[in-house]
Design a binder for this molecule. Structure first.
Ligand code: NAP
Length: 282
């Protein structure tokens, strides 16, 4: 068993989320890998990574069906996040998309529902859809994804816009742009960030500095990348893994404490941004 328990973060509107969860992008795309994907999610749940992030987009809805299979009989243990596609995010379209997701997930509510990225519908419309879902108990909280500081500012100015629970964005050692503006903006308003692609879709594990820091701790490079993010108590981190060894490794990142010397070495190899940059997304 891992030494630590998974730390919990309190969302602004109430509700508790484990800070280390599991992603599902690219799941549900191949029938051959389905059993492995379900098993990986179940293993992650057993290890306490009970936040599962999915979306109507992933596998054309098939990822949500895989989540349904993985959480069967244990819905109350799990914090489910799903996302509405921008092209569905009108007021009524948001409600209809959520209902479809609930059906695929075989559940009666989402713990958190996000707008996947900004599209053509005015934010006011999507917000009205979220508010209607909240009133009907179909979602417990709502948030945004891939919003830059300007988008967040615009949202906050809308009536009810300040009840946003999170902004899910690309953030890892190799993608530090949000440190210049979005992180300070969210911190000033106590809005937690959910960091996606935390191991840069697997690419970052080949980095030499990461390997050196990891070796000092007898850890794996991915654990260093995750520990670097997890040291922020106001962030949630959602690595995706279908390989069981990766799932275990990711969970054990919570037991890795990076030293000031480690952090300085990582800063040197992956410098913080010097000024603001456009938000990156995958
Ligand atoms: N809102 C958005 O627009 C958005 C965009 C991207 C992602 N997301 C969410 O964030 C989640 C995570 O991001 P992501 O899937 O893009 O990338 P990621 O979690 O950074 O990387 C996933 C890849 O890394 C590999 N991996 C995982 N753990 C590893 C480890 N310990 N050692 C070596 N390789 C490891 C996985 O391999 P195996 O699968 O073979 O284990 C997989 O190929 C997504 O699944 C999705 O839920 C949201």
């Amino acid at each position: 068993m891992p030494a630590s328990s998974v730390p919990i973060l309190k969302l602004p509107g109430g509700g508790c989320v484990p800070r280390l969860g599991q992603g599902t992008w690219r799941m549900g795309e191949s029938a051959r890998r389905r059993a492995e994907e379900v098993a990986a999610l179940k293993l992650g749940l057993d290890l306490g990574m009970t936040l599962i992030d999915t979306a109507e987009m992933y596998g054309g809805g098939e990822a949500e069906r895989i989540v349904a299979e993985a959480i069967e009989g244990r819905r109350d243990e799990v914090f489910i996040v799903s996302k509405v596609l921008p092209q569905n995010a009108s007021r009524t379209g948001t409600v209809a998309a959520c209902e479809r997701s609930l059906k695929r997930l075989n559940t009666d509510r989402l713990d958190l529902y996000l707008l996947h990225w900004r599209g053509r519908y005015p934010l006011k419309e999507t917000l009205a859809g979220f508010q209607s879902l909240l009133r009907d108990g179909l979602i417990r909280a709502w948030g945004m994804s891939n919003f830059d500081a300007g988008d967040m500012e615009e949202l906050a100015a809308l009536s009810g816009g300040d009840t946003v629970a999170t902004n899910q964005v690309l953030y890892n050692l190799a993608r530090r742009g949000i440190e210049a503006d979005l992180i300070p903006w969210c911190r000033a308003r106590a809005i937690p960030i959910m960091a996606y692609s935390p191991v840069e879709q697997g690419r970052i594990v080949r980095d030499r500095t990461l390997a050196r820091v990891a070796a000092r701790h007898g850890a794996a490079p991915a654990q260093v990348a995750l520990a670097w993010l997890l040291r922020h108590e106001d962030m949630m981190v959602i690595p995706k893994a279908t390989n069981g060894a990766h799932v275990r490794e990711n969970r054990a990142a919570l037991d890795l404490a990076l030293s000031p010397a480690d952090l300085a070495e990582l800063d040197n190899a992956f410098p913080a941004p010097r000024g603001t940059r456009p938000l990156e997304m995958l």
